[in-house]
Design a protein around this ligand. Structure first.
Ligand code: APR
Length: 233
């Protein structure tokens, strides 16, 4: 089976009803990034940050995967699929995709605020217990914080993602503005002869060799799935 590696961003979840970050009306317009998505914001006001992510979890419970997510799951019948996602939602999981690398963390997980990446202190919240409160502690006695990679923090999963990109036979990018590094740099690890497709209704700055499908995730994936099966299986 050919190795299909997919880089997804907020745009793939837009049709499920989750706001993107940088489009008009996006999340970073409503909430200042530096307040809710940086370590400094957390130190200044952990209650505000905790509340912000509690709200994001509530919203996540209310939405469902769309055909963009589902088509990626369906492609596992024909390809060895790896999804590298910048999204912290669990819509790829809920669509049934098997191999998912979450570069920027996971909304449904919480961790130690002393050692965010220490596996021993990472907990998965359940759908009937998704509210974190100030005073809720990780097993090391520190305040629980969202298991999210904030701006200015290292991206521990990037090496694993680079390895997958280097092995790709086909590479797909869906719904990311390619503004945030190191994720946006992953395209440079894809071997030169490998076909690269991009699905986004808006223009994204990518090399001219990339085959662009200027459509939303669901419609774009419907078209691309057909093409991939016809031409690459
Ligand atoms: N289908 C596909 N793409 C869409 C759709 C849609 N229906 N609607 C919007 N988009 C595209 C936008 O055109 C844009 O290019 O999705 C992209 C969203 O870009 P951003 O909001 O910048 O989101 P993303 O690239 O995922 O952000 C990267 O930045 O804020 C941080 O950590 C956060 O993971 C996030 C990272």
């Amino acid at each position: 089976m050919k190795k299909l590696v997919v880089l997804t961003g907020a745009g793939i979840s837009a049709e499920s009803g989750i706001s993107t970050f940088r489009d008009a009306g996006g999340l970073w317009e409503q909430y200042p990034v530096e307040d809710v998505a940086t370590p400094e914001g957390w130190y200044r006001n952990p209650a505000l940050v905790t509340q912000f992510y509690n709200e994001r979890r509530k919203q996540l419970l209310a939405v469902n995967p769309n055909y963009g997510h589902i088509a990626l799951k369906e492609l596992e019948e024909y390809f060895d699929v790896t999804i590298i996602t910048q999204n912290v939602d669990n819509l790829h999981e809920r669509a049934g995709s098997k191999r998912i690398v979450h570069l920027h963390g996971e909304l449904m997980k919480v961790c130690s605020s002393k050692e965010p990446n220490n596996e021993h202190y990472i907990q998965t919240l359940s759908s009937n217990n998704l509210e974190v409160k100030i005073g809720d502690m990780a097993k090391d006695g520190s305040q629980l914080r969202p298991f999210i990679v904030w701006f200015g923090e290292a991206v521990p999963k990037i090496e694993e993602a680079v390895n997958y990109c280097e092995q790709a036979d086909i590479f797909i990018i869906i719904g990311t503005s390619m503004n945030v590094y190191p994720a946006a740099g992953l395209i440079h690890y894809v071997p030169r002869n490998v076909p690269i497709f991009l699905i986004d209704p808006n223009q994204v700055l990518v090399p001219s060799t990339v085959k662009v499908i200027q459509k939303g995730a669901s419609e774009g994936m419907k078209e691309l799935k057909k093409l991939l099966i016809e031409e690459y299986v």
